[in-house]
Design a protein around this ligand. Structure first.
Ligand SMILES: *Cc1c(COP(=O)(O)O)cnc(C)c1O
Length: 362
């Protein structure tokens, strides 16, 4: 068996070894057809059956109600930053945005050509170390929607509540938190996520959208990025990322085998608690995020002496602990512990961190 190191990359991120092994087995001969799933038309009934099965598995895992469409699109979450106003503004001119860090700020900046992004609240003044409370949100009743990022992948900051936006649809960038725990889909008008953190390989962007929000796209919206058109065409208006869709389906199978999202949430909580506890018990490592808003997916931490960063990373790698470098914009370290990172990986990381501290800190 190939040696698999523990991979803490923020994205494209670790995939479950079981999934990669199954893909390997099916690579040359998919389900006895004598070809790979990559080499078949997306119009072929066998491919369509696989694609639909993947969607129903996702619907089951997340409890997605029938009045929501599931779209498998391209362009990443970044494309969605522009496609949201293009598809959802309709005759309205503005939408409310909550600013909690780099990704929500990018969504705000991308809105400018299409309408006005009104700031509902920002945690910039507190260094993005906590999220604004519900009471702090300044929401406009006539906003087209309210946008937020439940988990800021770079800062390691997560909402501990779902904002109540009344009758205004709530839009969530769940790129780094989707499928990590059960959610109530009915609290959202639209959920989107790039695949490469918790769904599958890069190339697919998932959009889960309530049907009544469809049909308001501006005339300039390119057809492949028109939600209503893609919904009417089962996400196959043009060629979808066929292999990514297939791999996402394998990940959904794997999640079902693990016991679904309740079971994943339990493991993910245990993983995060273990890592934060190690950080809190140490004088050498630190995390600045308010306890209630600590991300369970992206654990950021700093060393007491930045001069030791390079050695920490180099020794971690030598110990089979990969990709712990924090994002270039914030520095320090970041351990992304998505679904595919097993608790054994977190235990190995904690053991390494304790060891490193002993070697380098009195
Ligand atoms: C990774 C990420 C993005 C960007 O995804 P792309 O696929 O690179 O466009 C956006 N938002 C969040 C929360 C992310 O984690």
């Amino acid at each position: 068996m190939a040696l698999r190191h523990y991979n803490f990359c923020a994205g494209p991120a670790a995939l479950p070894t079981d999934v990669l092994e199954r893909a390997q087995v099916e690579m040359l001969d998919w389900q006895g057809r004598g070809l790979s799933v990559m080499e078949i038309s997306h119009r072929h009934p066998d491919y369509i059956a696989m694609a639909q099965a993947a969607e129903s598995k996702l619907r089951q895992l997340m409890g997605i109600p029938d009045n929501y469409k599931v779209l498998f699109l391209q362009g990443g979450a970044t494309a969605q930053f522009a496609l949201l106003p293009m598809n959802l503004l309709g005759h309205k001119t503005h939408a409310d945005y909550i600013d909690t860090g780099i990704w929500s700020a990018k969504a705000i900046a991308a809105m400018a050509p299409y309408g006005v992004a009104t700031e509902a609240a920002s945690s910039a003044e507190v260094g993005y170390q906590c999220v604004p409370s519900q009471a702090q949100l300044k929401l406009n009743e006539d906003a087209a929607y309210v946008h937020y990022c439940p988990n800021e992948t770079i800062g390691g900051l997560a909402f501990d509540y779902v904002p109540d936006t009344g009758s205004v649809p709530l839009i969530a960038d769940m790129s780094s938190t989707i499928l990590s725990e059960p959610i109530d889909v009915t609290q959202f008008g639209l959920i989107y996520a790039g695949a490469q953190k918790n769904i599958g390989p890069a190339g697919i962007t998932l959009v889960i959208v309530r049907e009544d929000l469809l049909g308001k796209a501006q005339a300039i919206t390119p057809n492949p990025f028109n939600y209503a058109l893609q919904a009417a065409n089962e996400s196959m208006l043009n060629t979808p990322p066929t292999y990514g869709w297939y791999l996402a389906g394998l990940v959904f199978d794997w999640l079902q085998q693990q016991g679904g999202l309740e079971a994943m949430a339990e493991i993910n909580t245990a993983k995060a608690n273990c890592l934060y506890q190690a950080i809190d018990e140490s004088q050498f490592y630190a995390n600045q995020i308010a306890t209630a808003n600590r991300s369970k997916m992206n654990v950021t931490f700093t060393l007491a002496d930045d001069a030791l960063n390079a050695e920490f990373l180099q020794q971690a790698q030598a110990n089979g602990l990969l990709n712990l470098k924090g994002h270039r914009s914030v520095g320090g370290m970041r351990a992304s512990i998505y679904n595919a990172v097993p608790i054994a990986g977190v235990h190995a990381l904690v053991a390494f961190m304790k060891d490193f501290e002993k070697q380098h800190w009195a």
